[in-house]
Design a protein around this ligand. Structure first.
Ligand code: BG6
Length: 456
């Protein structure tokens, strides 16, 4: 099938738009839970071209009707735009069955070990020949460690142009994560404070109350460092610490992120943990040493941040579900008032996103003491566009600003690589400490890192 749709621009010239998306791994969980609902939302908002073709592709020959049925309830008009093709990314020949559209996005929601052959076969099958009208979206993880990410990147470079590659980190699709740049650079209020002169330390939390939720087969081979730290946490760190880009476009934003990540390194106080019921979960190796919790410190060796600790903590089965950045300001040079507490800026990214600025104000009454007051801006809860909705829209539109550049991904793996090694040669202890379910990690070890301002 060949579909041609044209969008009218302001100048009344006709400009081509993406005509279709092929979702590889269409019978999988991500497709059902995230991708189809996100495409449906875009369709509802009229943000997809009317005859945009959504093709599910997977090895199993389930047939189009059964596939559509497996996705859940959707309006007939939306389902009309869906098709299903049974094909195998490891066989170039079977890719010939895919529909030919003028401009196509290929979404790889398949196990990461298949990325290499997917890229080679899509390219050699002629589906990614034109860098202007074809692109590939790659789910995380891009690689398994620094070495494998380097190898995968060399395959990508041999076959594709960087402008065709959209590496997903779904946190970059979250409005509240993107709001970090808006808050920092949309006004001058924070910038004079945002450096080693005024900031004591920064704490970044991404804590979850859930466990593996049926994903243990993947998770037990990955662990928290690959699952959360190498990507989501380091992306948040980059947005908090980067310099202002000279333009809000993909090239400039990503250039600044690469710069800050390449100045970042781990401190020596890393703690890996595992919640105590993890090994009892179905699909988890009963002797598993996979960490489900990590806390520690990152340092950024540049003029702005040298010496400022960026503490981080992320894990599953913790007391609170929350993603939050806490910027702890230094105390004033002279303590003039009783009751002084150094100020803090808190960016709660989820749930119930808000920005708090906490400063001392005079306590009412005759004395001269002060107390902490909080100025809060709450974001409406409906603001949270699902990450995938934004990212699919951007990929289809050809905007890479919220996708991860090859150099970012390589720098991120370099930063965490020491935490991934096993065996005696490892510079830090990588056997996890067991901690109670619903606790903030292995107590004694975690407490030794810093005074955590646990989210509440
Ligand atoms: C995913 C991880 O990338 O992010 C999951 O694989 C984790 O393990 C999830 O639960 C957290 O995402 P969110 O959007 O719920 O914060």
């Amino acid at each position: 099938m060949k579909i041609t749709i044209m969008k009218q621009t302001n100048t009344m010239e006709m400009e081509p738009l993406t005509r279709g998306i092929v979702l590889f791994g269409a019978t999988g969980d991500l497709c059902k839970r995230k991708l189809i609902p996100a495409l449906h939302k875009l369709w509802e908002k009229d943000l997809l071209p009317k005859e945009f073709l959504i093709t599910g592709a997977a090895r199993r020959d389930v047939g189009v009707d059964a596939w559509k049925k497996s996705l859940g309830e959707y309006p007939e008009e939306f389902l009309h735009q869906l098709d299903y093709v049974s094909c195998d990314l490891s066989s170039q020949e079977s890719l010939n069955k895919l529909p030919e559209t003028d401009d196509t996005t290929y979404f790889l929601s398949v196990p990461p070990e298949r990325y290499e052959w997917a890229i080679i076969n899509l390219k050699q099958g002629g589906l990614l020949d034109d860098p202007e009208t074809s692109r590939v979206v790659i789910e995380k993880p891009f690689g398994y460690d620094l070495k494998s990410a380097d190898h995968l990147q060399s395959v990508v470079e041999r076959h594709l142009r960087e402008k065709q590659v959209y590496r997903i980190d779904h946190y970059l699709g979250k409005d509240t994560v993107n709001n970090i740049l808006a808050t920092r650079f949309g006004n001058v209020l924070l910038e004079p404070l945002w450096n080693r002169e005024y900031i004591e330390e920064i704490q970044i939390f991404a804590t979850e109350t859930i466990g593996c939720e049926g994903r243990s087969q993947y998770y037990d081979g990955a662990g928290v460092v690959r699952d959360m730290l190498q990507n989501h946490m380091l992306q948040i760190l980059a947005l908090v610490a980067m310099e202002a880009p000279c333009r809000m476009d993909a090239k400039e934003i990503r250039r600044e992120k690469v710069k800050v990540l390449s100045a970042t390194h781990l401190g020596e106080d890393m703690i890996l943990g595992q919640y105590e019921t993890y090994r009892d979960e179905e699909g988890v190796d009963p002797d598993s040493n996979t960490p489900t919790y990590v806390a520690g410190t990152l340092f950024i060796d540049n003029w702005r941040w040298k010496g400022v600790p960026f503490r981080f903590m992320t894990g599953k089965k913790m007391p609170y579900q929350c993603v939050e950045v806490i910027v702890k300001l230094k105390a004033p040079p002279l303590g003039l008032f009783e009751g002084e507490t150094p100020g803090r800026i808190v960016m709660r990214l989820q749930p119930h996103a808000h920005l708090d600025i906490q400063i001392d104000v005079k306590s009412p009454g005759l004395g001269e003491s002060v107390e902490l007051a909080t100025l809060t801006h709450r974001y409406p809860d409906w603001l949270g566009v699902d990450g995938y909705e934004k990212l699919l829209y951007d990929a289809i539109e050809g905007d890479q600003s919220h996708f991860v550049h090859s150099e970012e991904v390589i720098e991120s793996w370099r930063i965490v690589d020491d935490l991934l090694c096993t065996g005696d040669s490892c510079p830090i202890r990588t056997t996890p400490y067991i901690h109670e379910v619903g606790s903030w990690g292995p107590h004694n070890e975690t407490d030794s890192i810093t005074n955590w301002d646990y989210p509440e």
